[in-house]
Design a protein around this ligand. Structure first.
Ligand SMILES: NC(=O)c1ccc[n+]([C@@H]2O[C@H](COP(=O)([O-])OP(=O)(O)OC[C@H]3O[C@@H](n4cnc5c(N)ncnc54)[C@H](OP(=O)(O)O)[C@@H]3O)[C@@H](O)[C@H]2O)c1
Length: 239
């Protein structure tokens, strides 16, 4: 299937024109990875679920294929260890907890070189029942990842999009994915990917250093959801 008009595709491989992408989910066996994988597969992209354990990745890919409700889309899911997923994909999503982020990146840095990499990681801790943001020395996990793998084209996004909603595509989230990057074409690519997901609007949220506000807003959002016993998300009005 050929799609993807506009500048986003230029960011990937201008010579190949409009087309679907091979997308790797690093740590894709968790809730966030599964949810993004489901949405991206429904949009027509090929998905490779990554894990520290190849068997777990293959099993997750099989489960997602079983639940997606369409034979055509089921074929879009495969699984591999994180290094192989990073090597195979054109766009990588990093969906591991902050505690594992640097070790995973160190193990796949060569495979990520030159690729658009979407960092969803929000560094959080729970103190006395409250969720708090942890401020990394660089200001954000996104900038820390950029420092660790500077050859990748880093984009921070999807922090405030709850996995629960992504995993239930029919539920029409009606939310925004706020997208930060210093790489204009990579940012456009990820805004486009977000726009392809059901009920999600991609919003340009500026430079990668703005990721610190996104990561912090995640803690706030979780605390609000706890107070209201809800699954709210964030939408910017007036734009
Ligand atoms: N859950 C949400 O609603 C949500 C929303 C927005 C953003 N996020 C962000 O997305 C990321 C993933 O969230 P999640 O809820 O999916 O987390 P998770 O289930 O705790 O972890 C995701 C996967 O990461 C791998 N992993 C766990 N610990 C690791 C470590 N120490 N080193 C390397 N890999 C490790 C595991 O895969 P394997 O064991 O198979 O390798 C696990 O299945 C987090 O950084 C979170 O802040 C989450």
């Amino acid at each position: 299937m050929l799609r993807w008009p506009g500048a986003g595709v230029k960011a990937i491989q201008a010579s190949q024109g409009w087309r679907d992408l091979k997308i790797g989910l690093i740590g894709g066996t968790g809730q966030e990875g599964r949810g993004l994988a489901m949405q991206l597969a429904l949009a027509g992209h090929d998905i490779v679920i990554g894990s520290r354990d190849e068997g777990r990745a293959i099993e997750t890919a099989r489960e997602l294929a079983d639940t997606c409700g369409s034979e055509n889309i089921a074929e879009n899911f495969t699984g591999a260890d994180n290094m192989s997923a990073a090597a195979q994909c054109e766009v990588a999503f990093l969906t591991v907890p902050y505690s594992g982020m640097l070790s995973v990146l160190q193990s796949i840095s060569r495979q990520l070189r030159g690729k658009v990499c979407v960092n969803t990681v929000a560094p959080l801790e729970v103190v006395s029942g409250q969720v708090r943001g942890i401020a990394p020395p660089t200001g954000s996990a996104a900038e820390e990842a950029d420092r660790e793998v500077p050859d990748a084209r880093w984009v921070a996004a999807f922090h405030t999009v709850p996995a629960r909603g992504l995993l239930r595509p029919g539920s029409r989230l009606n939310t925004d994915a706020l997208v930060c990057s210093d790489d204009e074409e990579a940012l456009k690519t990820v805004v486009q990917l977000a726009n392809e997901m059901q009920g999600i609007r991609g919003v340009n949220a500026g430079a990668l250093e703005n990721a610190r506000y996104l990561e912090g807003a995640t803690a706030l959002l979780i605390n609000i959801n706890r107070i209201y016993n809800a699954h709210g998300s964030i939408k910017v009005v007036g734009i």
